[in-house]
Design a protein around this ligand. Structure first.
Ligand code: ADP
Length: 538
């Protein structure tokens, strides 16, 4: 805030004016000794005023209506603008701004407006940055007399640079803190000791579903709903827990945060007390990290180990069983059958190991493709005709005692005859068989109904594989192409795969320059579409 001359200065000035008025009267009527005495008093008062005004750090000038300096205090020397004795008559505007620039223009604009206020007997205040002095200046224009407010005018200019710098530093520190808190990957909430929210960053907004402006001032209990993942019991409020402990705390159990729209996030949660400089508790800072994906991976690691052990054990059990029969069963007519069973189981295990190796290769991008340009129609016809047999073999494996009935048909339009595609034939066959096998696996035994349709669409070849199975929940859709991901609870009576089929399908299709689309409704079925580029004639 710009400052005005101190009361003593004002008083002194009033005193001088009064004395000068008395002086006028006395000059006319009083005896010479009285005049001399009075003049001395006036001189003393003037000196006193000058001394007082000189020690003030503000630049104080008296100015006439042309903007020329009549008197100035010693600050003109401190600011190296000139000498007190020689400054009289100089134009203040030119003195403060030797060069025409934006800051001079700003001063002029203020001056013009200020002058209008002075004309009405009012004072004016303003602030700007003076580029010549490299200082922030606050200006205060004051009319000195009511009768003639424009002559002389007092101008008080205060250097407020340090004040502004401190304010700027504080503001930029605040901004930095704000940006930091809003850009870090963890959720951060601070509260006062009563648990009222004082700060709420973007991640907190994302995970709780509350906007910062809605959350501020609310109780943490209302916004931050946390439960024990296993027991589903509410967790102790982190503010109370931290205040009680009076030290940093964390939650050992798995905690879930339930957002405003009922989404659940696995979080790692900790709280720390906030103390002021006197060591008094001011509130609590709560930080939390979204570990939903990490926990999902942990779970899928266990589920993978579970699946793979099961997948490896099933054929081994059968190999061991039939080997025992061969060893101890003396009936030679059965030998052929036992050896066949052993071979089948060994083949199944070899396929599994093959699939694992493929995934490893795909993950390290080491898989090689034998791409050739071929006619689409005969290749797809061969694969789709075999589809029926493929499903039958699969069902036989899963239900050796009674193969369930199934409904399989495909559509292959004649317009595909001239179409060529660039593919690795074996890989394309694997892709289609994998999708057929999933369509069977995830359909109920009472309703295995699979329809394949090949279409030409916008210059691409589309292979649609639809089933009427159990469908995929929407929240699982983004995960099903990840390696070792399985939506279902495992069934131990049949071989169900290890959660890598769709990973392989996706990688193969992409290696052909294509992509894959899925639509699915739980309870109604799934629709996978492979989209492959068509080879142009040239
Ligand atoms: P898996 O070896 O488990 O079949 P996949 O990678 O082929 O592995 O599939 C991943 C998961 O996607 C499956 O566990 C299953 O839950 C789901 N899924 C795949 N295809 C279908 C389908 N046609 N219908 C329903 N769920 C499916």
């Amino acid at each position: 805030m710009p400052e005005v001359p101190s009361p003593s200065t004002t008083e002194l000035r009033a005193q001088i004016e009064r004395l000068e008025r008395e002086n006028q009267q006395l000059r006319q009527h009083a005896p010479p000794e009285a005049v001399a005495h009075l003049l001395e008093k006036v001189e003393n008062a003037k000196r006193e005023w000058e001394v007082t005004v000189d020690v003030l750090s503000e630049l104080i000038c008296l100015i006439n209506s042309d903007g020329e300096i009549q008197r100035a205090n010693r600050t003109v020397e401190r600011w190296q603008l000139g000498q007190v004795m020689t400054i009289k008559g100089q134009n203040l505007l030119e003195l403060l701004h030797p060069e025409p620039d934006a800051s001079k223009a700003a001063f002029e604009a203020f001056w013009k407006k200020g002058w209008q206020r002075l004309a009405k007997g009012q004072s004016a205040r303003g602030e700007y940055f003076n580029t010549a002095l490299q200082r922030h200046l606050s200006i205060h224009l004051l009319p000195l007399t009511k009768e003639n407010p424009l002559e002389p005018v007092a101008i008080v200019i205060k250097d407020v640079t340090e004040q502004r710098r401190a304010e700027e530093a504080l503001a930029s520190e605040r901004e930095m803190l704000d940006v930091t808190l809003h850009s870090i990957g963890d959720g951060v909430i601070t509260t006062d000791v009563d648990g009222r929210i004082a700060l709420f960053n973007q991640i907190a907004e994302k995970l709780t579903g509350w906007k910062e402006y809605e959350a501020l001032g609310r109780s943490l209990n209302e916004v931050f709903l946390i439960y024990d993942e296993d027991t589903r019991e509410p967790c102790e409020n982190p503010v109370q827990k931290t205040l009680k402990a009076n030290t940093a705390i964390s939650y050992p159990n798995h905690v879930i945060l339930v957002s405003r729209d009922q989404k659940e996030y696995g979080i790692l949660l900790s709280g720390s007390p906030l103390h002021n400089t006197k060591g008094e508790m001011m509130g609590v800072v709560i930080t939390f990290q979204d570990v939903t994906e990490m926990r999902r991976l942990e779970r899928s690691k266990f589920s993978f180990l579970n699946s793979i052990s099961h997948e490896l054990r099933t054929p081994l059990t059968s190999i061991l069983g039939f080997s025992d029969l061969l060893l101890y069963n003396a009936n030679p007519e059965d030998y052929q059958e036992y050896v066949n069973q052993i071979r089948k189981s060994a083949e199944r295990q070899s396929n599994l190991v093959e699939a694992l190796l493929t995934i490893v290769k795909l993950e390290s991008d080491a898989e090689e493709y034998q791409l050739e340009t071929v006619d689409a129609y005969p290749l797809l016809e061969e694969i789709l005709v075999y589809g029926s047999e493929f499903i039958e073999i699969m069902l036989h494996e899963r239900h050796p005692n009674r193969i369930p009935s199934f409904n399989y048909h495909y559509t292959l339009p004649e317009e595909l005859r001239p179409i060529k595609i660039r593919v690795d034939e074996n890989r394309i066959q694997k892709v289609i068989e994998n999708l057929l096998s999933n369509a069977v696996k995830y359909s109920s035994i009472e309703n295995i109904s699979i329809h394949v349709e090949v279409r030409l669409q916008d210059g691409y070849l589309e292979i649609h594989i639809q089933d009427q199975g159990r469908g995929i929940p929407p929240e699982e859709m983004e995960h099903i192409f990840k390696p070792f991901y399985q939506v279902r609870e495992r069934r131990y009576d049949v071989s169900d795969g290890i959660g890598c089929g769709l990973t392989m399908v996706n990688r193969h299709v992409r290696a052909h320059g294509g992509h894959i689309r899925v639509e699915s409704t739980v309870g109604e079925g799934s629709h996978f579409t492979i989209i492959l580029p068509v080879k142009s004639e040239s």
